[in-house]
Ligand binder design. Structure first.
Ligand code: IPM
Ligand code: MG
Length: 398
């Protein structure tokens, strides 16, 4: 009996190894970056998501209409609604992303995605894989780029979270060996680590920040985190002008709450799960996960999303209209920058900084003690329209 159990577990592991070796081979094939300037139209697939998703999407759409409505009319941009990425449809097909929906996603160039519900064991939906995780894997969106900024406190962090490996990639393929024994797997590949670490170093160099912090737990998780750190050392050698340091995730998490130390960090690169956790903590200093955007970048595709979840509790308690749309709007701004609409993106970023971080005339609290997402968005649109936007932003940032 016990040898049968071991054999089954062994063959499961052998399959995973084969699958991952194939992935490595695929990563070795050089692929070109999509050049958006050559596309007409650039097709933006919009997924409205679950829970508060459709509510904050509506506000985001209003902002995009103002900023790039002319581009739509000129045929440079096409927005395409993708209906099927709802938890109901995914549960019905028992798939993180149903096949026809995946085909629709792949027919777009970039995706703007509102939060989708991630089922959990014992929850109301079948425990299928997260749509985020599946989309990041299927579209090979290896870099999760998350900026956090609190000017008044000298915080200006850019996180490069690895997005297609780590504890996530086999997160739905662990084995319950017996009732008593459960095993999960964590994966790091040389190619996967190299591409995200290079991106962080490139950014550090081109932004003039010239400093990278590599976060792992390589002293304990020796094999996978060990490889990540080893690759960092090799990449760093190609960027002599960029200073770098390795930090462990536990002390990093602690130092992020230390006002004297945290301003020293500029560009951080880290494996998937550490990046997931640390970016939520970081966003909290800026005003919470409702305020931070997230770009998921791959060579061929890119996807932009809010960093928070679908908040089913807010909806169940009838508080959906009080949800903060600024995380998704910020993601939309990152999308515009990625597509080459730098001026529109900058305008939006300044207006968002004013409305959600500096001036804060309308404050969202997530309930009726604050304003609604609609009211906030009206304030944001007025601010975008202000001819003195730049001066107002500069004055507010001081
Ligand atoms: C995020 C989210 C997702 C993640 C969830 C919803 C699967 O927390 O984008 O950080 O863990 O990556
Ligand atoms: Mg997260």
């Amino acid at each position: 009996m016990s040898s049968e159990i071991q054999e089954k577990a062994g063959s499961h592991l052998a399959n995973l190894v084969a699958q991952q070796l194939q992935r490595v081979e695929k990563m070795k094939q050089a692929e070109d970056w999509t050049d958006y300037s050559e596309l007409a139209p650039i097709i933006i697939g919009v997924c409205w998501g679950d829970g508060i998703g459709p509510i904050i999407s509506q506000e985001t759409q209003r902002v995009l209409e103002v900023l790039v409505g002319d581009q739509v009319e000129a045929g440079k941009i096409e927005f395409r609604t993708i209906e099927g990425l709802t938890i109901e449809n995914r549960a019905e097909h028992m798939k993180a992303i149903p096949d026809d929906v995946l085909a629709e996603l792949k027919a777009c160039h970039v995706i703007l995605k509102a939060p989708t519900t991630t089922p959990e064991k014992g929850g109301p939906y079948p425990n299928i894989e997260s749509a985020n995780v599946a989309m990041r894997r299927e579209l090979d969106l290896f870099a999760n780029v998350r900026p956090v900024k609190v000017a008044a406190e000298g915080i200006d962090w850019m996180f490069f979270r690895e997005n297609t490996e780590g504890a996530y990639i086999l997160g739905s393929q662990g084995i319950q060996v017996t009732d008593d024994l459960a095993i999960d797997f964590k994966v790091i590949t040389r190619q996967g680590a190299e591409r995200i670490i290079k991106m962080a170093f490139e950014y550090a160099r081109s932004s003039g920040k010239n400093e990278v912090t590599v976060v792992t737990k390589a002293n304990v998780v020796k094999t996978t985190d060990g490889l990540f750190l080893e690759v960092a050392e090799q990449v760093a050698a190609e960027y002599p002008e960029v200073k770098w340091e390795g930090w462990y995730i536990d002390i990093m998490t602690a130092k992020l709450v230390d006002p004297k130390r945290r301003t020293q960090f500029k560009v951080l690169v880290l494996p998937n799960l550490y990046g997931d956790i640390l970016t939520d903590e970081a966003a909290e200093f800026q005003g919470g996960v409702g305020t931070a955007g997230s770009a998921n970048i791959g060579k061929r595709y890119a996807m932009f999303e809010a960093i928070h979840g679908s908040a089913p509790r807010m909806l169940a308690e009838g508080r959906g209209q009080y949800a903060d749309p600024s995380s998704l709007i910020r993601a939309a701004g990152m999308m515009l920058a990625h597509l080459g609409f730098g001026e529109q993106s900058r305008k939006l970023e300044m207006a968002l900084d004013i409305c959600s971080l500096y001036e804060k005339k309308f404050i969202l609290t997530g309930r009726d003690t604050g304003c609604t997402g609609r009211e906030f968005c009206d304030y944001l649109l007025e601010t975008i329209d202000d001819p003195a936007l730049e001066q107002r932003w500069q004055a507010a940032a001081e």
